[in-house]
Write a protein that binds this ligand. Structure first.
Ligand code: HPA
Length: 248
């Protein structure tokens, strides 16, 4: 990948990057409030990376209370041009089995009442509408897909992400509706993060890790134990993928 500054936003199951040789931590204050934690700078397999755990270092910030604007603004302010977002999701369609990693190419926003834009408030010179036809950076997605193929990780290379409000999981009927809408994956953090990244002109893509079959897509209920077990499998794949992606 180019030398443009790269950030990794870690999701549930990735609050820490084990191979990151940390050089410094920077506490950032932004016009939008505090990010999820200090930006952690370090060398990752020979390349400079900034890491930010979306839910905080202790995984205490629920999806609807993440300060997405502060996180992305802080990264942009630190000179970041490329953001790779790691996110735990539920699998809706048949290929999205627990433990699988996937690179969505579309997203539908079902969240509400989150601060979802930088383009509001005093001092605006006009109304801005950013293009979101293709919400993720195709260039970064291709890098992820190439790395996954190289390693034989069997990633699902496209799919539509449903961003729900949380923190509760969905009902089976809600998942049926999401599938009728064309969604393959469901998670709680994809929006407004994806849209805010576009507003800041960041090169942004998501590597989703399927933690569970979405509600009603398996016989039993969704348990936290199952989620933890599947995330471990999926995150092991992510940890193989990241050095390959960053080295490209
Ligand atoms: N639904 C929403 N978000 C999720 C899920 C889910 O089933 N699993 C992990 N994140």
């Amino acid at each position: 990948m180019s030398d443009a500054r790269l950030a990794i936003i870690g999701g549930t199951g990735l609050t820490r990057l084990r191979d990151l040789e940390i050089t410094r931590r920077e506490v950032m204050h932004t016009p939008y409030g505090e990010p999820s934690g200090p930006l952690t700078y370090g060398q990752y397999h020979g390349h400079e990376v900034i890491f930010l755990p979306r839910h905080g270092a202790q995984h205490t910030i629920p999806p609807h209370q993440v300060n997405y604007r502060a996180n992305l603004w802080a990264l942009r302010n630190a000179g970041v041009e490329t953001v790779l977002a790691i996110a735990a999701v539920g699998g809706i369609t048949v290929e999205m089995a627990p433990g699988v990693i996937a690179m969505p190419d579309q997203i539908i926003d079902y969240t509400w009442s989150r601060f979802h834009t930088f383009f509001e408030g005093d001092g605006m010179e006009g109304v801005t509408h950013v293009d979101m036809t293709y919400p993720y950076s195709q260039e970064l997605r291709e890098t992820l897909i190439a790395a996954s193929r190289e390693l034989g990780l069997g990633a699902v290379e496209q799919g539509t992400y449903a961003a729900t409000q949380g923190p509760r999981l969905e009902t089976a009927a809600e998942i049926d509706r999401l599938e009728r809408d064309g969604c393959d994956l469901v998670g709680m953090t994809g929006m407004p993060e994806t849209a805010l990244a576009r507003e800041l002109e960041l090169r942004y893509a998501c590597c989703a890790v399927v933690a569970n079959w979405a509600a009603g897509r398996s016989k039993g209920l969704i348990t936290m134990d199952d989620i933890a077990r599947n995330l471990e499998i999926g995150m092991a794949r992510v940890k193989q993928l990241l050095p390959e992606v960053i080295g490209q």
